[in-house]
Design a protein around this ligand. Structure first.
Ligand SMILES: [Zn+2]
Length: 339
């Protein structure tokens, strides 16, 4: 497949095809972070395996206390079952541990992403191992699943995974396609209803102004990803919340290995605050709604993170630590000298 410049710099599983670029005024985050001091945030869609320790520190400092890492496409197609296994194991293992070391509670969703559903021989094998991970502790849903190119194979594995979600009694996190989004979103919801899923158990992700009304009207959760340099920047998000209010709406960063911003939620909260949106509405769309939706899994205990996680730097995961010989977990970034 030949990628355009835009596709090369943005995660093709996430970017918005829109030509419209919103030009943001130059407003420094440092000046505005005071607005959200003391607020807590929950990011229900972020791919931490692709992010650095700096990101974890910045997220914690900005008030993110918990997150959900959906299983997704890693930027190139996997060639065998064992790399899927290792990836899922890292979501419930090492990455969760790494997150805990920065004081952030880590959950994940497990699924076969739509792109790799198109490799049917491998997809069949992946389907066989999914139940081994779906029932593990801290798995709060089946995701992110759905359509990319809207092929027959994508539909087949989407349907199979909806059945798995029903069987495992887990919410579903739907990735909606960026090409032909409106049609793909409607089709995703119609199929979920056809399989008998309760819409209050289904989180439809990557919404925009075109899709949101129908998603809300049909009783699904509407998640919005704040993408830098695309149509759904956070100024647009503020307008959506002003228009629809906080019911069934949640915000995420979907930060990954492409150009993205792990602080999308706190920044959007600050912007909402500046634009006069009340604190309770902000709390719902940046924290509570995501908890309400994914807690149906029975895997989320708010007391684990609402007052902050205790960070025990001496902890190890299978004998491994994030620290190297006597290190402290914090790097003094304002110092020229690296000790
Ligand atoms: Zn994602």
């Amino acid at each position: 497949m030949c990628l355009t410049d835009k596709e090369l710099t943005q995660n093709p599983s996430h970017f918005d095809e829109s030509d419209e670029i919103v030009t943001h005024r130059d407003m420094g985050w440092e000046e505005y972070r005071e607005l959200i001091r003391g607020m807590r945030f929950f990011d229900p869609h972020i791919h931490m395996v692709s992010r650095t320790t700096d990101d974890y520190e910045a997220m914690r400092d900005a008030g993110i206390v918990a997150l959900i890492e959906p299983a997704f496409w890693v930027g190139q197609p996997r060639t065998g079952l064992s790399t899927f296994k290792d990836y899922y194991s890292s979501l419930v293992g090492w990455e969760r541990f790494r997150s805990s070391q920065f004081g952030i509670k880590h959950y994940c969703t497990i699924g076969l992403n739509s792109r790799e559903a198109n490799n049917e021989p491998l997809a069949d094998q992946v389907m066989e191992i999914l139940p081994l991970y779906a029932y593990k502790e801290g798995v709060v849903g089946i995701g992110e699943i759905g359509f990319d190119d809207q092929t027959a194979a994508e539909e087949k594995y989407y349907r199979l995974q909806l059945e798995l979600a029903k069987k495992a009694n887990l919410p579903v996190q739907i990735h909606t396609p960026h090409r032909d989004k409106k049609k793909g979103t409607e089709r995703s919801m119609a199929i979920a209803l056809e399989h008998g899923l309760d819409p209050s158990w289904v989180i439809v992700d990557h919404n925009n102004e075109e899709t949101v009304k129908s998603v809300l009207d049909q009783g699904f959760w509407a998640a919005f990803t704040i993408y830098p340099f695309t149509k759904m920047g956070n100024e647009r998000m503020v307008k959506v919340v002003e228009h629809y209010g906080p019911n069934q709406i949640m915000i995420n960063s979907a930060a990954d290995w492409g150009i993205s911003d792990p602080l999308a939620i706190p920044k959007t909260a600050a912007l909402m605050k500046m634009r006069g949106i009340d604190d309770e509405t902000i709390r719902r769309v940046t924290y509570q709604n995501a908890i309400d939706a994914f807690a149906k899994s029975g895997q989320i205990d708010v007391s684990d993170f609402e007052n902050g996680l205790n960070v025990d730097q001496s902890e190890k995961f299978n004998g491994n630590t994030i620290l190297r010989g006597g290190q402290q977990p914090r790097v003094a970034k304002d110092s020229l000298v690296i000790r």
